[in-house]
Design a protein around this ligand. Structure first.
Ligand SMILES: CC(C)(COP(=O)(O)OP(=O)(O)OC[C@H]1O[C@@H](n2cnc3c(N)ncnc32)[C@H](O)[C@@H]1OP(=O)(O)O)[C@@H](O)C(=O)NCCC(=O)NCCS
Length: 217
């Protein structure tokens, strides 16, 4: 059955769509479109290298008609040394390179970094009046993304991937709300000049599911 919007996660995202993710990142994180008027988009080649390194915990909503990404959530595990630098503001997300991204390998405690979440302006704050794949109408796009993310985390857990901590920075007012909620609310620092509020927490999947109950379908 043809559906206008599809939800894709991890390796199900075809490589030819990566450039559409880069377009979307540019669109929503350019200086004009951000709350603190800071350009928080990533150079295309760098973001592309992130996608190529570890796309497992990235989800997108794709419009098959316009051939555009309309929402995405990107997360990946980061090397512990960089996590420490990010936690204390010695480095920012702009310093991340693909070398800092870990693969998901079993029995090795990892810090998961929620790098980015975004929904196209026209769908923000709105309950959808159409289905997306198996998702019934009446949902927000953000909740669909979080649900996909949660399913992926559950799958990783089953494969003995250990996530012991979670880091997330918000570069907008809504992004900061998201970061606080997703991590559990421990704010390490807040610097609107660089558009960053960094949140960190020890990670426990059951706590995470509890906090994000609303997004579980
Ligand atoms: C951040 C963004 C994705 C939020 O999407 P939105 O559609 O505006 O989200 P809303 O604030 O309307 O709703 C968030 C919903 O998600 C729910 N939710 C579930 N888990 C959540 C979580 N971990 N954090 C925040 N909200 C969560 C909330 O409960 C809320 O639902 P409700 O309104 O029914 O209570 C969107 O505003 C956006 O793309 N902004 C521009 C890009 C950006 O700044 N991204 C963040 C960068 S870090």
């Amino acid at each position: 059955m043809y559906t206008k919007f599809i939800v894709l996660t991890g390796k199900d995202i075809p490589k030819r769509i990566y450039k559409k993710i880069l377009d979307f990142d540019e669109e929503i994180f350019n200086k004009e479109n951000t709350d603190f008027k800071v350009d928080t988009s990533m150079p295309r080649n760098i973001l592309n290298s992130f996608l190529n390194k570890n796309i497992s915990t990235t989800s997108i909503i794709y419009n098959n008609n316009s051939k555009k990404v309309v929402a995405y959530l990107q997360a990946f595990p980061l090397k512990h040394e960089l996590v420490e630098d990010l936690k204390y503001g010695e480095k920012s997300f702009k310093d991340i390179t693909s070398n800092d991204i870990e693969y998901y390998s079993p029995n090795k405690p990892l810090c998961l970094y929620i790098y980015s979440i975004g929904v196209a302006k026209k769908y923000r704050g709105k309950l959808l009046n159409f289905n997306i794949g198996n998702y019934p109408s009446g949902q927000k796009m953000i909740n669909i993304l979080i649900n996909e993310f949660i399913n992926k985390l559950k799958q990783l857990e089953t494969n003995n991937i250990i996530i012991d901590s979670i880091l997330c920075d918000g570069v907008s007012k809504k992004g900061q709300e998201f970061a606080m909620k997703a991590t559990g609310g421990q704010i390490l620092f807040n610097n609107n000049d660089i558009g960053t509020m960094m949140c960190y927490s020890k990670f426990d999947i059951n706590n995470f599911l509890n906090k994000n109950k609303k997004s579980i379908f």
